[in-house]
Design a protein around this ligand. Structure first.
Ligand code: TYC
Length: 95
């Protein structure tokens, strides 16, 4: 037969979490500024994400498609490096 089962054509894009990692050197205010600049968080959202990472070791910043997550994580990490701090962002797939 030419047509058997219709195959679902459009798959949901897989989503990726951007994680903020704690470190002992980056000032809290620098973390907040970078979160606001790269991820468009408000001051309150950025403070909450920063303090969660500070206390727990890491915090999910936001969820995006793969290319957007990787671009934003790289840009944010590079921004910190330009300021002279070792702040790290990582990307991991959602469950
Ligand atoms: N732990 C840092 C300090 O005490 C602040 C900080 C918070 C750094 C969150 C990174 O993801 C981070 N200055």
């Amino acid at each position: 037969p030419l047509r058997t089962k219709p195959k679902p054509k459009l798959e949901k894009p897989k989503l990726y979490k951007v994680l903020l990692l704690n470190d002992d050197f980056t000032p809290r205010e620098v973390v907040v500024q970078i979160l606001k600049a790269e991820f468009r968080l408000t001051e309150d959202e950025a403070y909450h994400v920063m303090i969660t990472a500070h206390q727990k070791g890491l915090c999910v910043v936001a969820v995006y498609t793969k290319d957007v997550a990787e671009t934003k994580a790289t840009r944010a990490t590079d921004m910190a490096k330009d300021f002279g701090f070792p702040l790290m962002f990582e990307v991991e797939p959602e469950e």
